[in-house]
Design a protein around this ligand. Structure first.
Ligand code: ZN
Length: 263
């Protein structure tokens, strides 16, 4: 079974001591390539530089997370453009709106979300999107610019049926994480995943975050999620879809490969 983890925060400090082992263990579990999530200018540069050491195994996105929107300045568009042209860059993002934490002022979040959508349109690159507790503003901004954008994935989707249908209506792909493995928090999501067409679904760990809850006592003593656990997420998702996990693996692999333009 081959899987692609479309969202892994591999440059997170919790991986500083054993990053190469994480990549190796993922590969041994059949999880390869990995798409490293870039979350700010510096982090995207680090992710792309690291990915370049593993040709064909690691790729990265180039962008600024809404939490980091406040760090952007006049030089940001030019820097992001340079990063996006890196040979390992496969998408713009993660970008979007996060009104749950509000680590950046909301108008600043909106400004840099729009700028990154415009950059993706200009460079004809897909976008890797983050939305939390900000659906209305996020959807309005995306809808207005969607026609100019090649492809979009709403990563770590945990929203409502209405929100899911709205994203699908805009032709977005949907990224599902280990949230689906949580019997309590993930219950509403388990009831929604069948609405996602097979050719719009992708999977991700969002590691080191979102450790699958049903693994917490077993594999993940530290609570640190890893890309190798994507096999577990695929199995849980396949159960909810009432589908053979091998079929799900093939479908999501193909979707991810085509979406990010990788071999
Ligand atoms: Zn995110």
């Amino acid at each position: 079974m081959k899987l692609i983890d479309i969202g892994i925060n591999l440059m997170h400090r919790s991986f500083d001591k054993d990053r190469h082992l994480i990549v190796q263990a993922a590969g041994e579990a059949g999880v390869s390539p990995l798409i490293i999530t870039g979350t700010n200018e510096r982090g995207s540069l680090e992710a792309l530089s690291y990915a370049a050491k593993y040709p064909g195994k690691l790729y990265a996105t180039a962008g600024v997370h809404p939490h980091d929107a406040k760090t952007c300045g006049p030089a940001t568009p030019r820097k992001l453009k340079d990063l996006a042209r890196h040979e390992c860059a496969v998408a713009i993002g993660e970008c979007g709106l996060d009104y749950n934490r509000d680590f950046s002022p909301r108008d600043t979040q909106r400004e840099w979300f729009i700028k990154q959508l415009e950059l993706a349109a200009e460079l004809a690159m897909p976008v890797f999107l983050h939305e939390r507790d900000a659906f209305e503003d996020f959807f309005a901004i995306l809808k207005e610019r969607r026609a100019g954008i090649k492809n979009a994935v709403v990563h770590c989707f945990t929203g409502s049926e209405k929100e899911l249908d709205a994203y699908l209506g805009l032709g977005c792909f949907i990224g599902i994480t280990g949230w689906i493995c949580d019997e309590r928090r993930g219950r509403h999501l388990a009831g929604l995943v069948k609405r996602i067409p097979a050719d719009r679904l992708m999977i991700e760990t969002d590691a080191p975050f979102l450790m699958p809850r049903d693994l917490e006592d077993g594999g993940g003593k530290s609570g640190r999620n890893e890309p190798k656990y994507l096999t577990h997420i695929a199995e849980a998702l396949a159960r909810h879809l009432e589908k053979d996990v091998k079929v799900l693996a093939e479908e999501t692999y193909t979707n991810s490969r085509l979406f990010f333009g990788i071999e």
